[in-house]
Design a protein around this ligand. Structure first.
Ligand SMILES: Nc1nc2c(c(=O)[nH]1)N[C@H]1C(S)=C(S)[C@@H](COP(=O)(O)O)O[C@H]1N2
Ligand SMILES: [Mo]
Length: 514
């Protein structure tokens, strides 16, 4: 019995769109960025020469993006159908087409600003959905082809059986695709509403950041002193980033207080705002690692709110809870002293990015994020450490998480060649809320040589440092260590991040050449 080419093309087409719908759904649920198809459309725009884009926009007006997405979808439809037709002769050819498309999607998604490994999940799910749906759809067709020429040849009963089986599967795959698409759309819509609300927010009192004069050391390729939100490290346990519209946000302050306080977003931002440069970092950052960033935060002082609530004498902690259920226990003292721990509403002069806790998150100078920097914060319970446990302390991390003094070499990069004479070496050092007194570098374990320091506005930020070295040609090992304003010298003793932060000197290998 022969199957029609149309059936194979339909199988490829349906499997393709089911896979696309699955990846779209996963992208909407897991990330706040574009789905793979929009990412491809944007990649096309980025790769097209500017004048051509302008001409295209003139031609089609403001619908350029929609048109492009539709074009991409039509092209995909053709390729999907082709994959179906190819599957009739050689299943691997169909897989190759899908793999090729997934690769294009991966490049497009990966080249977006702030792309993270999570973004790849959508593509992987999409790819395997393709394979599964294609296998499901072509099974009855393959069976029918296999029996062509056998005794069933021209058997109308067998043909009807094949058609029924195929149509049933078409229905299943179609329904799956439509459901995934609908779920993705619903979730994406909610998310877009939050993004829209965020875009339209005007926050009186929030000022744009101006990097203090002298904070940057003048070394090519040096890390920026202000970390842009898109480049800011992101750490959280949220599989599904909370999408909270400001009008839906509320904070409850309760527990060991005289007067419980409930605040909504309007009430929060109507209060006096405080602004500060604060560097936050992650306890799981390895020595020399990237999990640290410095931003200009604007928010409301937590100490004032706690004073209004009237904290009772027996309290020594505040259990913070996020909208997604994540918790952290923060020492009461750091929230009430003069370090201006805040409920931040803006980062670098803009409303908080959704990934960084929109609409409200906590920022406490001097503590690792896991015990202080609660994103999407909705509840502060004044309490006692003896009476609580929190997300990371339940998993073996230390109850208290003061930041350990540390430093990092950013220029040159590890295992690169540098000029032996006048080599510029630079990086960052931090001891938030203590301050950096001194940074020193040594070559091959020799004497510690002092580096010059950038000027910082407070002790709550990282400090850039730089030094010019004359090195003996050959392979050299560079190390850095910092000393705090309290006299603490960064220890060279190597320790992993668990349970309260890694220690050791950041060490890099370079080849000095004449
Ligand atoms: N709701 C929530 N807040 C959270 C976390 C989390 O998993 N969930 N992780 C914390 C940790 S471990 C760190 S280091 C900081 C990171 O903040 P960032 O993602 O804005 O850089 O957020 C903290 N706040
Ligand atoms: Mo962290």
């Amino acid at each position: 019995m022969r199957t029609s080419r149309g059936a194979w093309a339909l199988a490829g087409l349906l499997a393709g769109f089911a896979g696309l719908a699955a990846s779209y759904c996963v992208a909407m649920v897991l990330t706040t960025r574009d789905d793979p198809v929009s990412a491809v459309a944007e990649l096309v725009i980025r790769l097209t020469p500017g004048p051509a884009v302008e001409r295209a926009i003139q031609l089609v007006g403001r619908h350029d993006k929609t048109l492009l997405v539709v074009t991409v979808l039509v092209l995909l439809a053709l390729l999907f159908a082709m994959a179906g037709l190819l599957a009739r002769r050689a299943w691997w050819a169909a897989i190759a087409v899908y793999a090729g498309l997934a690769l294009v999607g991966a490049v497009a998604v990966g080249s977006q600003r702030g792309a993270s490994p999570v973004d790849a999940v959508a593509l992987v799910v999409g790819f395997f959905t393709w394979l599964a749906c294609l296998a499901l759809l072509i099974a009855p067709l393959t069976r029918a082809e296999g029996s062509a020429g056998s005794e069933h040849r021209g058997d109308p009963g067998a043909a009807a059986h094949t058609r029924r089986g195929f149509l049933l599967r078409v229905g299943v795959v179609g329904a799956l695709g439509v459901t995934a698409g609908a779920v993705g759309r619903a979730v994406g819509l909610g998310r877009r509403q939050v993004e829209e609300a965020r875009r339209l927010l005007r926050l009186p009192g929030v000022t744009v950041p101006r990097v203090p004069a002298g904070a940057r050391v003048d070394v090519p390729d040096m890390t920026p002193w202000l970390t842009p939100a898109d480049d800011f490290y992101r750490i959280d346990t949220a599989v599904y980033v909370p999408a909270i519209r400001p009008q839906d946000w509320q904070l409850r302050i309760h527990g060991l207080v005289d007067r419980e306080i409930v605040l909504d977003y309007q009430q929060l931002i109507a209060r006096q705002l405080t602004e500060a440069w604060v560097t936050i970092c992650c306890v799981s950052n390895d020595v020399g690692g990237p999990l640290i960033g410095n931003a200009w935060w604007s928010g409301v002082r937590i100490a004032d709110l706690l004073r209004e609530a009237g904290v009772q004498d027996s309290a020594d902690a505040v259990l913070q809870t996020s909208d997604d259920g994540w918790t952290c226990g923060t020492p009461l003292g750091v929230l009430t002293d003069d370090r201006d721990a805040m409920l931040a509403v803006a980062m670098n002069g803009e409303p908080l990015p959704v990934d960084h806790g929109f609409p409200v998150r906590t920022i406490v100078p001097g503590l690792y994020g896991y015990v202080s920097a609660c994103k999407w914060v909705v509840d502060l319970r004044v309490t006692r450490f003896a009476d609580i446990s929190a997300y990371w302390t339940d998993r073996g991390w230390s109850e208290l998480g003061p930041v350990k003094i540390s430093s990092r070499i950013d220029v040159p990069r590890d295992y690169t060649d540098i000029a032996a004479t006048g080599a510029r070496v630079a990086g960052v050092a931090w001891a938030q809320h203590t301050g950096i007194e001194r940074v020193e570098v040594n070559v091959d374990g020799g004497d510690w040589q002092p580096a010059g320091l950038g000027r910082v506005p407070s002790d709550d930020t990282w400090v850039q440092w730089a030094v010019t070295l004359d090195l003996k040609p050959g392979e050299r090992v560079l190390r850095v260590r910092a000393t705090g304003k309290d006299g603490t010298v960064q220890t060279g003793e190597v320790h992993g991040a668990v349970p309260d932060g890694a220690t050791g000197w950041h060490t890099i290998h370079v080849k000095a050449t004449d």
